[in-house]
Each structure stands twice: as structure tokens, then as C-alpha cells.
Design a protein around this ligand. Structure first.
Ligand SMILES: Cc1ncc(COP(=O)(O)O)c(C=O)c1O
Length: 361
């Protein structure tokens, strides 16, 4: 036979938030939870530096970056691994922990890459139903069997925007069997100002059976450079370093991430901007009976149940005007809702103007 064979996966490929509209040159992209205020000026200056050394391989261990991360987040640099986005860390965790037929438990509405990478290595994914779009500890525990190896949660969760408070996260870890790895994805943690919230990193710095995910794609605005990191026991980090691609984080990404960490003002501006506009947008949409989650990360999940128009209707009308939101029907399979990323001031104002034109009161 001269046909080539490869593995077939029963997986729906990840569809990122759309960024293009046919026939429109300029669009407002509010579909991928990217930074509303761009990147730190310090990082920008670095990227445009003409003397960057690009002909040499980068530091495969991201040593300087890990040192800066450990200073910024007051954690141990030996327990950090950097990746080409936190995405790559999720992939490596699945490779390291999962054998075919092992089980992974996920909230039903969770970041899609957990299920995709779990399935690629042959694990079985079990979904725990959320209650009122919030992760249910009880439903997660119901799905645990002897074969369960990992439970993934993002806190706050994407795409629902809801979160487990500190007490609830601790309760989840306490009630889970000790041999199960709890992965807490802190992708949006820096935005969180809710007083009952604690990040995974703050709660579990010294826990052997918790692994934390972090990213430079959200508050630091480096989504295109692909930098993220994982934090776990030295034993897990050493094992991950064996399977890690040798130069997984490119040199510019490492340098830009370091500069971003030095720019505390940029981070605080980003948090401030997010709170101001999340409040404005939430209140504005309520005039149209479009309700959303309590403010948490840099996005809102818009619920159209009480609105006289459907999510699909608004999605299409806005798209025709070049404003793109995230449909939650694709992939996530959540009906009659849209995910709205908090944009720049100009983008938010244009979004509100377009909604006023489309949804007449
Ligand atoms: C919860 C969550 N985790 C991880 C990621 C991936 O981030 P990265 O760009 O670091 O791969 C995203 C991106 O949207 C996310 O929402």
C-alpha cells in the first residue's frame, strides 16, 4: 500500500475568536479577550530595538524571565516553567500525566484546550455541569472515578466569567482525592479585584498536587508573542523540562515579558481601564435587558434570555458593522449568549454606538 496513515482524532479543532469580516478592512475585535490598552511602552521600546540578536537560539530555560517572574509574583524560580503561551503548558501537562483511558474532569463550559489536549493523548474527558454558569464543586466530585488523573479549572472561568471564591477553591482541593492533580488556570487573575477571590498561585504555592497556569497574553498584552508559564512542584517541573521543546519561548518574547513585568504602572492602568469600562458596558447593556456576570476578568458573558432580540441577531448586525464578538455556540455550545471583550475606550464607545443603532429601545 502506498497510502500514508496517521491517527484520527474525534476532536473539534479550536476556533479562535474571529478577527476578520469579509469586505471590511478595519474591524473592532472584541472576541479573544486580548489586552484593551495594547502592550507596555517599555516592552514596545524593546521590540523596536534595532540591536536585538535574532541569529542565535534563545535561552531554552528562560532563566532571566523566570527570575523576573519569581520577583514579581514572589515565588520560586525553580518551580516555574515557561511556554509558548500557557497553551503549550496545558499540552505538556497532558503529555506528562495522561495515559490512554485515564480520565480528566472539566467544567462543562471551560477553556477548550483542556479537552483538546486531553483527547489527543487518548484520555477520556468527563464534563461536570455548571450551576447558573458557575463551576459546581459538587458536580466535579460526582464525575471523579479511580481513573481520574487531572481536574482543570480556570478561575475566573472563560467563557462564563464566573469564579470560585477562595473558600470554594480550597474546598475543591480538600475534597478531591490527593492523588488527583488540580490544575488552576489563573489566566485572568491580575484583573481580579473581587475581595473574596484568591488566585491559584496565592493559595497553592507549596502544594504538590496543584499546578498553576499563568499567561502574558492577557493583562500584559503579549498574545502574539506567545508567552505563558506554569508553576508546580520541583518534581513536576523537572519532568516537564525533559519533554519540553528545547527553545519553546522565542528570545523577543522572553525579553518583552521581562520588560512588561518591570512596568507596574502599565498593569495598574490596565486594571483600572478594565474596571471602568466593564462597569460602563454592563450598565449600558442592561438598558436592553442584556445581563452579564458579576465583573471579574476582561470580558463579560452577555445573556439574551430577557432581551427581545437574540444573541445571534446582535452578533450578525454588529459583524456587518465590523464589530466582532465571540459567539459561544461554536465550540462552547452555550446558547443565546455572546462573550464581549472589554476594548479600548474608542472601541467600547463604537460598540455602544452600534448597539444603540441596532437595538432600538
Ligand atoms: C482560561 C484560559 N487559559 C489559557 C488561555 C491561553 O492563553 P495563552 O495565550 O497563554 O496560550 C486562554 C486564552 O484565551 C484562556 O482563556
Amino acid at each position: 500500500m502506498n497510502t500514508i496513515n496517521f491517527k484520527k482524532f474525534d476532536i473539534e479543532a479550536y476556533k479562535p475568536g474571529k478577527s476578520k469580516v469579509k469586505r471590511l478592512r478595519k474591524v473592532i475585535k472584541l472576541s479573544a479577550n486580548e489586552s484593551a490598552i495594547g502592550i507596555s511602552p517599555k516592552a514596545k521600546k524593546l521590540i523596536f530595538n534595532k540591536n536585538l540578536i535574532l541569529e542565535k537560539y534563545p535561552d531554552g530555560k528562560s532563566q532571566n524571565l523566570r527570575k523576573e517572574i519569581s520577583k514579581f509574583y514572589k515565588c520560586d524560580s525553580d518551580k516555574i516553567i515557561c511556554g509558548a503561551g500557557s497553551d503549550e503548558i496545558i499540552q505538556m501537562i497532558c503529555q506528562l500525566f495522561l495515559n490512554p483511558k485515564d480520565e480528566v474532569v472539566l467544567p462543562e463550559y471551560s477553556f477548550l484546550m483542556y479537552r483538546i489536549y486531553s483527547k489527543i493523548v487518548g484520555a477520556k474527558v468527563k464534563f461536570a455541569k455548571e450551576i447558573n454558569l458557575k463551576i459546581s464543586i459538587k458536580n466535579i466530585l460526582k464525575k471523579i472515578t479511580k481513573k481520574t488523573k487531572i481536574v482543570f479549572i480556570a478561575n475566573p472561568n472563560n467563557p462564563t466569567g464566573t469564579y470560585l471564591n477562595k473558600k470554594e477553591v480550597l474546598e475543591l482541593r480538600k475534597k478531591l482525592d490527593k492523588r488527583i492533580l488540580l490544575v488552576v488556570d489563573d489566566a485572568y487573575a491580575e484583573y481580579m479585584k473581587n475581595t473574596d477571590y484568591s488566585s491559584g498561585l496565592a493559595l497553592f504555592k507549596n502544594k504538590e498536587n496543584v499546578f498553576i497556569l499563568r499567561t502574558f497574553s492577557k493583562i500584559f498584552g503579549l498574545a502574539s508573542l506567545r508567552v505563558g508559564w506554569g508553576y508546580g512542584s520541583k518534581k513536576i517541573i523537572d519532568a516537564l523540562n525533559i519533554i519540553k521543546p528545547p527553545f519553546n519561548v522565542n528570545g523577543i518574547a522572553q525579553l518583552a515579558a521581562i520588560e512588561s513585568l518591570k512596568d507596574k504602572k502599565f498593569v495598574s492602568n490596565s486594571i483600572k481601564h478594565n474596571l471602568i469600562y466593564a462597569r460602563k458596558l454592563k450598565k449600558f447593556l442592561e438598558k436592553y435587558n442584556i445581563y452579564s456576570n458579576e465583573i471579574s476578568a476582561n470580558f463579560l458573558l452577555l445573556d439574551f434570555e430577557k432581551c427581545k432580540y437574540s444573541a445571534k441577531f446582535l452578533y450578525k448586525k454588529l459583524k456587518n458593522k465590523g464589530i466582532i464578538l465571540r459567539s459561544t455556540e461554536d465550540g462552547y455550545q452555550i446558547k443565546n449568549k455572546l462573550r464581549l471583550t472589554i476594548g479600548s475606550k474608542k472601541e467600547n464607545l463604537e460598540f455602544m454606538k452600534a448597539v444603540e443603532q441596532v437595538l432600538k429601545l
